[in-house]
Design a protein around this ligand. Structure first.
Ligand code: IPE
Ligand code: IPE
Ligand code: MG
Length: 242
């Protein structure tokens, strides 16, 4: 891959982790960490637009996050509803297309309606696609894609990697170039398992509510410094004849 192609990752995926610890450090309930996290996301969306990133995918609620205390779960659901009504118009004027990825069955009808409204109100925007992974799990995605392929009648001998990709929840986006996880944990936690096969990983100790342009630029610089070989070998420097 040439340096120009590598200069800007087309697709950045972020595990926005560390909200609870950020709040705890300030002797606040965890909810306040999530609230601060939403405001940071809006700023990071703008920073991605400024850097010509086409796709930003953020992990907002995992299929495993239902294990949290019910008051935290209901607080998060309320926060997302409030965030849609607070920020939808601004996202629209920023040229952001919002897409939700995840299992919508388990969320309330109210939240489903808010998702639908956010998606349809922004469906013609082209500056950046913000995919919000909500009630999402990488394993869920692979299983739902297999089911959808079966229902579509794809015969086993025609089920290639490319074919199955067409049924994944984010078939509209290229695989992420850069994966960032804040909060200091060095794991994927069931995010985009299929799509990160050749993604570059950056793990940051920064807690999500403290994330900003400096941390984003540091991650992009780390990405630029990587040698992406995709299983091949590094291109040999051109030999100049004597
Ligand atoms: C990530 O922050 C946000 C969600 C999972 C919804 P956490 O809530 O996991 O914060 P920590 O990891 O406990 O600090
Ligand atoms: C991953 O963070 C999920 C989101 C950021 C939405 P978690 O805090 O849930 O992950 P674990 O429990 O540390 O693996
Ligand atoms: Mg966490």
């Amino acid at each position: 891959m040439t340096n120009e192609l590598k200069a800007v990752p087309r697709h950045v995926a972020i595990v926005m982790d560390g909200n609870g610890r950020w709040a705890k450090k300030r002797f606040l309930p965890r909810f306040f960490g999530h609230k601060a996290g939403v405001d940071v996301l809006v700023k990071v969306v703008q920073a991605c637009i400024d850097r010509n990133i086409e796709h930003l995918t953020v992990f907002a609620f995992s299929s495993e996050n239902w294990k949290r205390p019910s008051d935290e779960v209901s607080g998060l659901m309320g926060l997302v509803l409030a965030a849609v009504s607070r920020y939808l118009a601004r996202m629209g004027s920023m040229g952001v297309r919002i897409r939700i990825v995840g299992d919508r069955e388990a969320v309330s009808a109210k939240l489903r309606n808010a998702w639908n409204e956010a998606e349809s109100a922004t469906c013609h925007n082209t500056k950046l696609t913000l995919s919000v992974a909500f009630n999402y799990g990488g394993r869920w995605d692979i299983v739902q894609a297999c089911k959808a392929a079966m229902l579509a009648g794809v015969p086993p001998d025609q089920l290639t990697e490319a074919k199955l990709s067409e049924f994944m929840a984010m078939s509209y986006a290229p695989d992420p170039d850069l994966f960032i996880r804040t909060g200091g944990e060095v794991r994927i936690s069931n995010f985009m398992l299929w799509q990160v096969a050749y993604t570059e990983f950056v793990f940051s100790d920064c807690l999500w509510p403290e994330f900003g342009e400096a941390q984003l630029d540091a991650a992009i610089q780390a990405y630029r410094d990587r040698d992406r070989r995709f299983g091949g070998v590094k291109a040999a420097p051109a030999v100049v004849a004597a």
